[in-house]
Design a protein around this ligand. Structure first.
Ligand code: FAD
Length: 493
């Protein structure tokens, strides 16, 4: 790279695939230099957390939308494939760039890569500037009184809420002053991010509209229709009670500051206690996202290793058949199977059901949480290293502020409580649709006449339970209590 006092500025898009509330893009435009938007697809097979199948599908559509939105504003996004360091180096030389601007990522590998790129650019006398677009409170701004990272959510979030409110988001630029002759770009289709033979994405297409407009529309719909009941409905997988913003947030098609502001605006004219409490509960979920990012930043080993080191010696089981039954939604526990099939068809699963299926894998089956996290990683459209890792470690009881080891979700009572009419199970397991409500979550307890009337033949049309939950629970308690006896957990309240 060569030192250069003037010249175009590269805006390197990553997980910030939007034009509004995009400080790197705005700063580049305000510099008065021509702007060259760039996206680099780095699918290095050696990387340990390469984008999964569902994520690749989403990325394709999100980039197509971003490309079109940038074209509408008068310029072109350059797509390149390969190592970010190498491709940026090539592009900077090709166009004689003055520097590169980007919005920060927080995953350990991304942080290491970005630091190396910043150093390399600056060593060449080029400008390298990064901005915050992805979090309300960046990890290094949130520490406890001892100057250490919080490891318990409630004090973490209380502390965040006492800090200065997030800055207002900027609108999308009307025009992006591009280069007269931008360099060549890859064709998005050539990256082959979409599944073919088989094309398994029909359910994803039906469920989602990737891209910035899709994210904004989802937010508006949620604020108009669902936030009022969020507190009461957020645990009900049978109802459209949550925002479903997670994939849009993961890919940065919408930013948390935009959500924060929109919620504030929503409650500005209606401050009745119900809606205030709902808004607070909803923003608290964004707080969990911030907490997860903070944990990953301070404890970069978390995607592979438990936060609580005594879990390193936990003796998980290995059983390919049980794992496959879980992955395919064939465990014989309807709420678990419905969740796993929702995941397979739509690339998403309701939070309550994520907790149930995760608990089932790590406690009923005693299979390692890392194996479950990998499956989620490949199948979720919102697969997110910080949130996924925190969710799995929370469920396994080995993470920060985790579920206590003796909490073993009962798939039958959870089903009855959160899917009371069995509507969710019936949607995803049509083979059980004819069962009466009393047996929809426990078909093996129905008598033969009831099963026959519903056309259910256990072992044929739907599996028998792969474990006896009561027995599995006792086994899990015994295994987990052995670990917890040696626990050295200290809360930082
Ligand atoms: P809403 O209830 O509308 O919440 C709004 C936003 O807050 C979400 O979009 C999300 O960004 C954030 N949020 C909500 N709950 C959590 C949470 N518990 N932890 C962190 N952030 C949260 N979330 C992901 O985004 N990606 C993952 O890969 C992921 N894996 C998970 C794995 C397990 C085992 C568990 C238990 C949870 C996981 N979550 C993950 C968290 C949560 O399930 C999803 O964020 C949520 O279901 C997304 O739906 P929503 O957008 O409708 O959420």
């Amino acid at each position: 790279m060569t030192a250069n006092g003037s010249g175009p500025l590269l805006v390197w898009f990553r997980n910030d695939l939007r034009l509004s509330d995009n400080p790197a893009l705005l700063a580049a435009i305000q510099s008065g230099e021509p702007v060259l938007p760039v996206y680099i697809f780095d699918d290095d097979p050696a990387a340990s957390w390469q984008l999964g199948g569902a994520g690749r599908w989403w990325l394709h559509h999100s980039l197509a939308k971003l490309r079109d939105a940038i074209a509408e504003r008068g310029t072109t996004i350059v797509l390149r494939r390969g190592s970010a360091l190498r491709e940026l180096h090539v592009l900077v030389r090709e166009v004689g760039a003055r520097g590169v601007y980007w919005n920060r990522c927080y995953e350990p590998a991304a942080l290491a890569r970005d630091t190396a790129i910043k150093d390399a650019l600056r060593a060449e006398g080029l400008e390298a500037r990064s901005f915050n677009a992805n979090l309300l409170f960046e990890p290094w701004t949130v520490k406890n009184k001892a100057g250490k990272p919080f490891q318990v959510f409630t004090p973490f979030w209380r502390h965040c809420l006492g800090l200065a409110a997030p800055t207002p988001p900027d609108a999308a630029p009307a025009h992006i002053p591009g280069m007269m002759r931008p360099p060549s770009t890859d064709k998005l289709d050539d990256w082959k991010l979409l599944p073919v033979q088989p094309d398994w994405a029909a359910g994803l297409r039906a469920a989602w509209v990737p891209g910035e407009e899709g994210g904004q529309a989802r937010l508006v719909q949620f604020l108009d229709e669902a936030i009022v009941d969020y507190k009461a409905m957020r645990d009900r997988p049978d109802l459209p009670g949550t925002s479903r913003l997670s994939p849009h947030l993961h890919f940065g098609e919408i930013g948390p500051r935009q959500i924060w502001r929109a919620v504030q605006a929503r409650i500005a004219h209606n401050r009745e206690p119900g809606i205030m409490a709902a808004a607070e509960t909803f923003l608290r979920q964004l707080g969990w996202r911030e907490f997860s990012y903070s944990l990953l930043y301070y404890f970069p080993h978390l995607p592979e290793k438990p936060l609580r080191s005594e879990f390193n010696s936990f003796s998980w089981r290995e059983d390919a058949a049980l794992l496959e039954a879980w992955q395919r939604g064939m465990t014989g526990f309807p709420i678990v199977d419905a969740g796993m099939r929702e995941l397979w068809h739509t690339g998403w699963m309701h939070n309550r059901v994520r907790m149930i299926v995760a608990s089932f894998l790590v406690k009923d089956l005693l299979l390692p949480w890392q194996v479950g996290a990998r499956w989620f990683w490949d199948t979720l459209v919102d697969a997110d290293l910080a949130n996924n890792t925190a969710g799995w470690q929370w469920t396994a009881g080995c993470g920060a502020d985790a579920a206590p080891y003796f909490r073993v979700f009962n798939p039958i009572t959870q089903g009855k409580k959160f899917d009371p009419d069995g509507a969710y199970v019936r949607r995803w397991l049509p083979e059980l649709a004819g069962l009466p409500d009393a047996f929809i979550h426990n078909p093996w307890q129905a008598n033969l006449m009831t099963l026959n009337a519903a056309n259910v033949v256990l072992g044929e049309t739907y599996p028998w339970p792969i474990v006896d939950h009561a027995v599995a629970r006792e086994r899990a308690l015994a295994a987990f209590s052995r670990v917890n006896k040696s626990g050295d957990w200290v809360e930082d309240r």
